[in-house]
Design a protein around this ligand. Structure first.
Ligand code: ZN
Length: 305
């Protein structure tokens, strides 16, 4: 580069530097910490337990919009208008393979062309649905795969890895923080897996009865057998209740697990008939790690009797 060329470029360089100074001055925060709002990015997840992974890995950099929230039925869910608004502000969408996604994901993509979809179930071997059934609508669900993949610590590690990779792609400048959070989470998940393995290794009864068959992956991972009761719909009919009581007596089962939406009156009736108890376990709790810990304890105490 000759001197002449440098001289010609200098005015441009000066203007560029002046502009840069102005921009930097404009970006300088007033007194105190920077606004948090502009540094936070929005993502959407299908089910509440996925929010746990996003929050653990993304920390306060990520705001989470949850589609199927606490107390909702993951199998009959449809998005609400305010959720569609939060979705439109989202950078990432984390699917998990539950029913509503097949109909709604194409609509989400049409309405939000920049939204990036991440399948957090990718790479997880899906079990056949525990209880092939025909819904009230007459649809035969016999070929469905079991959607409750998040209820296993080992599957949880796969889900968390998808979320970690996607958050890093979206925000490479935060990779170091995300990685530290992710590794801490993985260590806790490993420890949880070991504690559950130990808690359930010595139980005398390996079969458990559950109203809604959400625990197939958990059962597979820890050598248990899930005996599901539900045949579709939300509450069992009188004849279904009678059948489940017969089965519990045949299998010598004294504890039946139900989800929080199960009718308390039905639970009491069943407990009285089997001379045992009905224990509530939540497939959709937000605190995924604590929830699986509690579920393992409930199973261990029920099956160890
Ligand atoms: Zn379910």
């Amino acid at each position: 580069m000759d001197k002449n060329h440098l001289r010609q470029r200098r005015p441009i360089l000066v203007i560029y530097l002046m502009a840069l100074v102005l921009v930097l001055a404009a970006c300088q925060p007033a007194a105190g910490p920077a606004e948090t709002g502009e540094d936070v990015f929005q993502v959407t997840v299908s089910v509440l337990p996925q929010a746990y992974f996003v929050e653990r890995i993304g920390g306060d950099r990520v705001a989470v919009n949850v589609m199927v929230g606490a107390g909702e039925d993951a199998h009959t869910y449809e998005p609400k208008p305010e959720q569609m608004v939060a979705l439109s502000q989202s950078t990432l969408f984390f699917s998990i393979g539950i029913e509503y996604e097949a109909a709604w994901l194409p609509r989400f993509a049409d309405a939000n062309p920049d939204l990036v979809f991440i399948d957090t179930a990718a790479g997880i071997d899906r079990l056949e649905e525990a209880f092939p059934h025909t819904d009230d609508d007459g649809n035969d669900h016999a070929d469905d795969l079991d959607p409750h993949i998040w209820l296993s610590p080992r599957n949880g590690e796969v889900i968390a890895s998808h979320i970690f990779n996607a958050l890093v792609s979206a925000r490479p400048q935060d990779e170091a923080d995300f990685k530290a959070n992710y590794e801490a989470l993985l260590a806790e998940m490993d420890a949880l897996d070991q504690r559950i393995t130990q808690a359930l290794s010595g139980v005398s009864q390996r079969k458990f009865m559950v109203f809604h068959p959400a625990w197939g992956y958990f059962a597979r991972d820890y050598g248990l057998v899930q005996l599901p009761i539900q045949t579709g719909g939300t509450d069992p009919s009188a004849s279904e209740l009678a059948a489940l009581i017969d089965q519990a007596q045949e299998e010598n089962i004294r504890v039946i697990f139900v989800q929080p939406t199960f009718s308390a009156a039905n639970a009491r009736a069943v407990a009285a008939e089997i001379g045992g108890e009905v224990v509530t376990v939540d497939p959709l709790a937000r605190d995924w790690l604590e929830n699986l810990e509690n579920v393992a304890e409930a199973f261990a105490s029920a099956l160890g009797q």
